[in-house]
Write a protein of this length. Structure first.
Length: 156
């Protein structure tokens, strides 16, 4: 979709600066859909329409791309020891997608690493009760339960 947005943007610029080239190009592509006289007379309006459509397409797809990369951003923040940002991003993800086990796992790990063991335990308990949890995640959750219990015993 971003490629389509860029193509439409270039076509829109073409209408502003090189309407005769655009007319020849469109004549080659499809004679049925375009009228030369209309294109030349309305080149600024048509160019603006193409540019606006391309901007809308580009910016809606950029937002979608950033949502897809949100978990990756949280993961890199976690391994960069930026736990506050990781927690915020994970909470945003789980509020939008409550069944996202990976985000819940990362949130639990973040709570564990920052020493908030009771919150971590409640997150891991929630993960354990989810229906679509994999065996790998089950083992990891059990490992964290053991570690949390040890940490809580040391605090007493």
């Amino acid at each position: 979709m971003i490629v389509l947005g860029i193509i439409l943007f270039v076509i829109g610029l073409g209408f502003f600066y090189w309407p005769n080239i655009v007319v020849r190009f469109l004549e080659q592509v499809e004679k049925v859909f375009f009228n030369k006289r209309f294109l030349i007379l309305q080149n600024k309006k048509i160019g603006l329409v193409f540019i606006l459509i391309s901007i809308i397409i580009i910016f809606t797809n950029i937002r979608m791309i950033t949502q897809k990369n949100l978990f990756y951003k949280a993961y890199t923040n976690f391994y960069s020891h930026n736990f506050v940002s990781t927690e915020k991003i994970c909470l945003d993800i789980v509020n939008k997608q409550p069944d996202n086990i990976d985000a819940w796992m990362l949130l639990g790990k973040t709570y564990f690493v920052t020493g908030r063991y009771l919150l971590a335990k409640s997150v891991f308990m929630r993960i354990k009760n989810m229906h679509n949890i994999s065996e790998k995640n089950k083992k990891e959750v059990e490992k964290y339960f053991v570690l949390i219990d040890k940490k809580l015993e040391k605090q007493k």
